[in-house]
Design a protein around this ligand. Structure first.
Ligand code: F6P
Length: 551
């Protein structure tokens, strides 16, 4: 049966018409218990979803949709190591990376739990040596700067986490991230560094990614121009990968390689040795607190009934708006400057996972799947795009994220930040009616036609949905919970939409074509191998660029 013909879907369609005219203002006015009924708390992490266009029946029908889609069975299959990434024939076991020590599991003859512990132990020893200064560079000085070279999942997670947890850094080493193949990224990063005290971590699951290998070769050249002796590479380059052969081919001693496994998807890999830069920057103990936080969310996801399950409820609300209100985007607004990379991280997590157009039977879907994810920290975003959230014609649900305690108590900063966060969700929900707008204008001394002319511009329709996520403070444990919460949300939505959330074939075509175009940029004469537009762009670049051979 197709999704849209399922009883739960049809019931939701009918219900959507019933609640068309409901305004959340009235729902709140008519129900003093609304916050209590539509919020969930687990160990201090609160999801308030009462400012959504839902009532008890909506939630009942949405949970029914999850049940009919088999969310619980799929979740159990994923956790049991079944090959739920069926287009790549892979298990999906990032949850195994954050299991406690007692965890034992076998998968195709591999000792998953033990293997994870072995790599964690290797990371711990390495971190202690580097942080403690025992690991010396070629001049005998300790490491001061770590440069993580990776892209996508081998960059966004570690970068987001190290930014989010800056106050927890031990201060012994700085961390830098180079991802873009634009040479400016690596050149700007290297400019301030000393080869003697710099350690490069080449992070790539496949170790074949063009951007990462290009940056890694440039880093190696830069290093050897200074260190001269090839044998010094071993003290300054480490690799994180599933591909030992390619690591050795690049010239990194596999002694300095930290492995992970094909059952860890790139965008789910920050919990694996891809998190080495996190562990070096924060210390290994902090890294394990991050894992413990994610594990706590895994436990909640596995044990809480669907109605009280935070990732499930977030997923269902997303489906509600995406499929029944035509919302094609979803904003994420962290009220925490340290979380400034969270929206970018979630873009890969969500859009690479659920930006799919065929279902698990290979049929084109006739319903919306993953939305566009975007956002910026509050309050900056309030002065940039909130106008559109409040008064634009598009309907954009949003998540508001706020830690209760700040890492930097300073005057009334945190109160002002929180007041803005709460005020925005209140404004989006309540809006401002024409009568209210008009009486405000009159109270300000305006009269007659001017009031009538201005009133429509001052009206806020309201009824715009938000989730508010509050947690005690931005520390490794809570960040782990927050990220795992979004991972599971994305998973649940993928199950409901009947798509494979764990492959990413959509990134392949552009990569293939770039490999064809690259040699053309360095060849003589004009190309006519493509369409007229691509030919003209390539030929113009060849005539005017200063890039060198292009090979
Ligand atoms: O571009 C897609 C992608 O394959 C992502 O899924 C992945 O996180 C990224 O490239 C980097 O891949 P790798 O870690 O193999 O270099």
């Amino acid at each position: 049966m197709t999704l849209q013909k399922s009883p739960a879907w049809k019931a939701l369609q009918a219900h959507r018409k019933e609640i068309e005219t409901f305004h959340m203002r009235e729902l709140f006015a008519g129900d003093g218990e609304r916050f209590r009924r539509f919020s969930i708390e687990t160990d201090g992490l609160l999801l308030d979803y009462s400012k959504n266009r839902v009532d008890g029946r909506t939630m009942h029908l949405l949970v029914e949709l999850a049940r009919q889609a088999g969310v619980e069975a799929y979740r159990d299959d994923m956790l049991a190591g079944k090959k739920v990434n069926f287009t790549e024939g892979r298990a999906v076991l990032h949850t195994a990376l954050r299991q406690p020590e007692s965890f034992r599991m076998e998968l195709d003859g591999q000792r998953v739990g033990c293997d994870v512990r072995e790599v964690l132990a290797q990371m711990k020893v390495f971190c202690e040596k580097v942080i403690g200064g025992e690991w010396k560079g070629y001049s005998g000085e300790p490491v001061r700067d770590i440069v993580n070279i990776g892209i996508g999942g081998s960059d966004l997670g570690p970068y987001m986490v190290t930014e989010a947890l800056r106050p927890f850094a031990h201060g012994g080493v700085n961390v830098h991230f180079v991802s873009n193949v634009d040479g400016s990224h690596i050149m700007e990063t290297l400019r301030g560094l000393k080869a003697e005290t710099t350690m490069f971590i080449i992070a790539s699951k496949t170790f074949t990614t063009q951007e990462t290998l290009t940056n890694a070769h440039t880093a190696r050249r830069w290093f050897l121009e200074r260190a001269v002796d090839e044998s010094f590479v071993a003290r300054h380059f480490a690799a994180v990968s599933t591909n030992a052969e390619k690591v050795a081919e690049f010239g990194i001693d596999t002694e300095n390689m930290f492995c992970f496994w094909d059952w860890v998807g790139g965008r789910y890999s920050l919990w694996s040795s891809i998190g080495l830069s996190i562990a070096l920057y924060l210390g290994f103990d902090r890294f394990t607190e991050l894992l413990a936080g994610a594990h706590a969310m895994d436990e909640h996801f596995c044990s809480a009934p669907l109605e009280e399950n935070i990732p499930v409820v977030l997923a269902l609300l997303g489906v509600w708006y995406n499929n029944f209100f035509g919302a094609s985007s979803h904003a994420v607004i962290p009220y925490d400057q340290y979380l400034h990379r969270l929206p970018a991280y979630l873009q890969q997590l969500d859009m690479e996972s659920n930006g799919k157009r065929v279902d698990c039977d290979g049929n084109a879907v006739d319903y919306a799947t993953g939305p566009v994810i975007w956002g910026e920290p509050g309050t900056n975003s309030q002065h940039a795009f909130f106008q559109l959230l409040h008064q634009g014609p598009s309907f954009i649900p949003a998540d508001f994220i706020l830690p209760l305690k700040t890492q930097n108590p300073a005057g009334r900063h945190h109160d002002i930040l929180a007041a803005n966060c709460f005020a925005q969700t209140e404004a989006l929900m309540c809006g401002k009616t024409a009568e209210e707008a008009e009486s405000e204008l009159r109270a300000a001394g305006m009269e007659g036609e001017r009031v009538a002319a201005l009133t429509p511009h001052k009206v806020f329709p309201g009824n715009r949905p938000t989730n508010t996520i509050l947690f005690p403070e931005m520390d490794p444990f809570n960040l782990g919970r927050l990220v795992a919460m979004y991972e599971h949300k994305v998973f649940v939505q993928g199950v409901i939409w009947r798509i494979n959330s764990f492959d990413q074939w959509g990134v392949e075509l552009g990569k293939q074509l770039a490999k064809t175009i690259l040699p053309e940029l360095g060849a003589g004469g004009d190309t006519d191998a493509h369409d007229a537009s691509t030919n003209a762009l390539v030929n113009r670049f060849r005539r005017h660029s200063n890039s060198g051979s292009g090979s």
